[in-house]
Design a protein around this ligand. Structure first.
Ligand SMILES: Nc1ncnc2c1ncn2[C@@H]1O[C@H](COP(=O)(O)OP(=O)(O)O)[C@@H](O)[C@H]1O
Ligand SMILES: [Mg+2]
Length: 361
C-alpha cells in the first residue's frame, strides 16, 4: 500500500496544503513545531479513526476555524482508495471512496499503516497500558471481530465496575453471574486473538532483533500464560476467575482481572526486559517488535503497510538509525526528523520540507 497524497485543510497548523509522497522513503524535515508530527497524526487518524495524542477531535481543528478536513489517496492491491474525514465541533464525517461511514469498525482496515514514535520506543519501559494499547491498535486494524469484541468488552466492563462501585449487595450477587457470561465471551475473543498475534510476532521480532544487535542479544516475547487454550476454554477459565473473586472485586470497587489487566512477557537474554534491560536495550527491542508488526500486516493483509516514523531517529544511535533505514528500504515510509541529511546519506528519498504548516518548495 502506498499513500499518493495527503490533503490537509484547517487541520492543526495547516490551512490548505497537499503533500505528495514518493514510493520509497519520504523525509519530512524542518525545525521544531512546524507541523511534521501533525502530518503523521493525520495519516494515523485516517487509518484508525482516532488521534494518537488528542483527547478530543476538536483539538485537531485549526484555531479559529469550524472544520478540519483531511483526505488521502492511496494505492493498494485493490486499486485506488480515497479516504476523507471532515471534523467539526460536534461530530465528524468519514468517507471511504465517497461512501459515508457510520460505524467506527468500518474505518479500520482501509488504510494500513504502522506507526513509530518516541512513545512507541518506550513500549517496554512503560507500563502494561502501553503494551495493551499497542496490541489493541494493531490487532483492531487487522481484525474487525477483535475490534468489535474489544468495544463490547469495554462497555460491559464499565457497567460491571459501576455496579461494583455501588456496593449494593442485594443486587450485585444476582447480576454478576449474568453479566460475566457476556463479558467473558468477548474477553475470550480478545485474549485468544492477542495470544495469536503475539505468537506470530515473536519469531519475526526475534529475527529483527538479531539483525539489530548483530546477534549479540536474544529477544523472546510471549503472550500472557493465562491465554493458553481455545476460546471456549479461555471463556470458562475467565468466568471461574471472576466468580471466585466477587468479594475481592466488590471490596476494590472494580474488576481486578481480565484482558484489561493483562500484559506481554518480554525477555532479553532470558531476563525480564521490563525490569532489567537498559534504555538502549529496550528501545532496540521495541524497534524489533514494531518492525515485526510491519511484516505481520503484510502477512495478514497481503501488502505492506505504510510505515510512519515520527521523530524516532533522534532516539536511536547512528548504527541503529542506519539499520532501521536499511530494513525499511523498499516500503513506503514517511519519516519525520529535524536534520534530513545526516541519516539518509546516499539514499534515494523524497525530501519534503515543512515550515509553519506549509510545504516549502
Ligand atoms: N488546532 C491547532 N490550530 C493551530 N495550530 C495548532 C493546532 N494544534 C497544534 N498547532 C500547532 O502545531 C505546531 C506543532 O506541530 P507539530 O507537528 O507537533 O510540530 P513538529 O514539526 O515539531 O512535529 C505548533 O506550532 C502548534 O501550536
Ligand atoms: Mg514532532
Amino acid at each position: 500500500m502506498r499513500i499518493k497524497n495527503l490533503n490537509l485543510k484547517n487541520f492543526r497548523n495547516y490551512a490548505d496544503e497537499r503533500i505528495d509522497f514518493g514510493v520509497g522513503l519520504n523525509v519530512l524535515y524542518g525545525k521544531n513545531a512546524q507541523g511534521k508530527t501533525n502530518c503523521a497524526e493525520a495519516v494515523y487518524y485516517l487509518c484508525t479513526g482516532t488521534s494518537p495524542r488528542a483527547k478530543r477531535d476538536k483539538q485537531l481543528i485549526r484555531h479559529g476555524e469550524e472544520f478540519a478536513e483531511i483526505s488521502a489517496t492511496a494505492e493498494g492491491r485493490y486499486g485506488n482508495l480515497e479516504i476523507s474525514a471532515k471534523i467539526g465541533e460536534t461530530g465528524r464525517e468519514i468517507r471511504v471512496n465517497g461512501n459515508k461511514i457510520t460505524r467506527n469498525a468500518d474505518i479500520l482496515g482501509n488504510l494500513f499503516a504502522v506507526f513509530f514514535s518516541p512513545h512507541e520506543l518506550r513500549l517496554i519501559q512503560d507500563g502494561p497500558d502501553e503494551r495493551r494499547r499497542f496490541l489493541n491498535v494493531s490487532i483492531s486494524q487487522l481484525s474487525r471481530p477483535y475490534y468489535i469484541a474489544l468495544v463490547r468488552y469495554n462497555r460491559i466492563l464499565e457497567q460491571r465496575n459501576n455496579l461494583l462501585k455501588e456496593k449494593n449487595l442485594n443486587t450485585v450477587y444476582d447480576l454478576l453471574p449474568v453479566w460475566d457470561e457476556e463479558l467473558c465471551k468477548y474477553a475470550a475473543t480478545v485474549a485468544r486473538q492477542r495470544a495469536d498475534f503475539v505468537s506470530r510476532l515473536a519469531p519475526i521480532a526475534a529475527d529483527f532483533h538479531r539483525k539489530l544487535t548483530e546477534g549479540e542479544e536474544t529477544l523472546k516475547i510471549s503472550p500472557e500464560k493465562k491465554y493458553a487454550g481455545n476460546e471456549e476454554e479461555l471463556k470458562k477459565r475467565l468466568y471461574n476467575e471472576l466468580s471466585n473473586n466477587y468479594e475481592r472485586d466488590i471490596r476494590l470497587g472494580y474488576t481486578a482481572s481480565g484482558p484489561h489487566r493483562d500484559d506481554i512477557d518480554i525477555e532479553i537474554d532470558g531476563a525480564d526486559a521490563k525490569s532489567f534491560a537498559s534504555q538502549g536495550q529496550t528501545r532496540t527491542a521495541a524497534l524489533a517488535i514494531k518492525l515485526a508488526e510491519v511484516e505481520i500486516f503484510r502477512e495478514l493483509s497481503g501488502e505492506y503497510p505504510v510505515l510512519v516514523l515520527d521523530d524516532v531517529m533522534s532516539e536511536l544511535d547512528l548504527p541503529r538509525r542506519k539499520k532501521l533505514v536499511g530494513l525499511t528500504k523498499d516500503r513506503q515510509t514517511i519519516l519525520t526528523c529535524t536534520h534530513a541529511e545526516r541519516v539518509l546519506y546516499g539514499l534515494e528519498t523524497t525530501k519534503i520540507r515543512i515550515e509553519g504548516g506549509k510545504v516549502k518548495k
